[in-house]
Design a protein around this ligand. Sequence first.
Ligand SMILES: *Cc1c(COP(=O)(O)O)cnc(C)c1O
Length: 363
Amino acid sequence: MGVPLFDTSTPVAGLRAQFDAAIARVLDSGRYILGPEVSAFESEFASHCGARHAVGVANGTDAITIALRAMGVGPGDEVIVPSFTFYASAEAIPPTGATPVFCDVDPRTFCVTAETVRAALSPRTKAVLAVHLFGNLAPVAEIEALGVPVLEDAAQAAGSLGPDGRRPGALGSAATFSFFPSKNLACFGDGGIVTTDDERIAEAARTLRFHGSHDKVTYELLGYNSRLDELQAALLRVQLPHLDAWSDGRRAAARHYEQAGLGELVELPLATDGSRPAWHLYVVSHPQVERLEAALAAAGVGCKAYYRTPVHRQAPMRRWAEGVELPGTEQAARAHLAIPMSPVLTREQAEQVVSAARAAVVA
Ligand SMILES: *Cc1c(COP(=O)(O)O)cnc(C)c1O
């Protein structure tokens, strides 16, 4: 029997009756857009993160564009973003009018560092999009100490824990999350949210998600039609109380790998200082990664190289990547491989993955 790359259905299997009740509640209410479920989820999610405000939007990509604009980013500005991330992190920047400036990552943590950000700073830098990749947490405080505001891209980091028990969503000026079905907290379709302590950023995001209007009569800005809908919010409210337990399950799965000796065979992902990641993906590195990939696949173990071609080398981004050299990114892109991870990955499954890896690496 193999081990799947992820398991999104087992964790929610016991919640079906609550999902059905939530759907019925929304259908019976006749309110489908920006009603009581979205408001309730926004306050529940904000308090989960320890942030004062949350603004539900249509997806995690819109969340980034909207949050950047709400932070005042616009034409002529630069936004620093890692190249080793999901494409959308960078793609969300040009619609604000600003230019993405690619920075490097530490290939052991897969995250940006204060040093890699410093190397990309210029007088036009308006913000840093610090991606908490794979659930690991970028060092937001160290980056802000450089004097530049941070937007956290926390799409992969719901449930992770930061320094002093603080959570992503409340570490920088603002943060964005995605509720795409594969994320740590997921809806049944597309969804996203912006969190912030800053009243003005929250108000601007609320205005931008509704066509640039706060009263639906006067239009102050060119905005978006980008809302989280009532059905998705109701389904997210059923799941939010379970997020911490699911995150503990992800951390337990990582311990199973460590205890089964995976670290003797491949490079394990290194949690950044003070963070306890709710690993969204568990990504290891190996110099002969193709051999590892082939052996795991042959043993029925799910695995995937998510970002073999980093974002700055994707065609639409090349115009912003001239002369850019990112050795940590190239190394991570070449050597990384995601192996099975979920809140319910068992010790036995981890041992099975490790035996398959041992056969590949030792052979
Ligand atoms: C998923 C993801 C996004 C985009 O979220 P969508 O909801 O798919 O638009 C942005 N950044 C990162 C790092 C992601 O993993």
